[in-house]
Design a protein around this ligand. Sequence first.
Ligand code: ACO
Length: 358
Amino acid sequence: MTTPRATQRVPAKPAAGYPTIRGWGMYVPERVMTNHELEKLIDTSDEWITARTGIKERRIAGPDDTTSSMAIEASRRALERAELMPEDIDLVIVGTATPDFLFPATACLVQDALGISGGAFDLEAGCTSFMYALSVASAMVQSSMRNVLVVGSEVLSRILDWSDRSTCVLFGDGAGAVVVSEGEHARFAPQYLLGSDGSGGPALCVPAGGSRMPASEETVRQRMHFVKMAGPEVFRFATRVVADASRQVLARAELSVADIDLFIPHQANTRIIDSAVRRLGVPTDRVFINIDRYGNTSSASIPIAMCEADEQGRLHPGDTVVMVGFGAGLTWGAGAVQWAAHLLPERKPELVASAVGS
Ligand code: ACO
């Protein structure tokens, strides 16, 4: 056990600028599992998986990879990119549906490993966890905190039923992290929209292992610790909410679809993305897709996509980025932000004027 740390430092006055994503990092396990490999395990085919989902391969955690170990590595990279030290972080939020333990929170493991002296908690909203966490971080920075580390990390391969072809082909493992900080030069305040429809909970769940149905020989025998999903039901829900939530968050930011420089949807299925993109009317060259290489990494999918979009030169400081996630709950969450606005030159007077609506 380490020495108790000082309580977190909260600045006396609220942040002056809009919250901005200041650093980003990702980590995926080395092990690649292709569709062809799955053909040898279950009754499926590369053709079926590719046509129905867009997935060609996914990463699978090795024996030493855990949700916390991947979160720690992604966070290290995000801190480095942000040029911040662990002591600059006031809060760690880990969005995950596959925490290392029921408790302690995975965020506490990340906080301790990195030597952060702030608070730490996990946030669980299925695959939407990262978007929920990002919106909380943004609000915390806007109200009182300096820098908040937000992580999406998942080892879904350990809660998949590898004999169920309707789910095991869809998911992969990985982690992405961002640092949210006070930014000075943004044109508009980041906007978030969160939603939930708990009546759809049974469509996507892990029935046992919680306090309602603790682990027993019977729950193990019935394979109730694995993901159960009513695929077509989740599909219909997702195609509806992705476009609707994106439109609503754009309206909150007083932006239109034409203002989107990059659209980053949760990577669950290319058919869901295609349908949402058609409904929304965003040009396909402004949509980021990497599901072919990672599958659905749940709460890690959006931050991993962000990192790769930046690496590929598809994100520039000041770009308007719309992200949208959806998943178990059922939940959804969308955000409209200005990418790395802290890297922009001083705000020009006409931009300041338009930001205050004059
Ligand atoms: N390989 C071959 N055949 C398969 C496979 C497979 N891996 N999986 C299912 N099939 C078969 C089914 O058995 C069925 O056969 P049948 O007609 O003989 O009964 C047929 O394919 C069609 O099955 P559907 O489930 O109707 O296929 P669908 O076109 O709906 O695609 C899919 C299934 C890909 C799961 C789709 O419904 C989907 O993507 N849903 C959304 C899932 C999702 O995004 N989940 C993540 C949410 S985020 C989170 O929080 C985790």
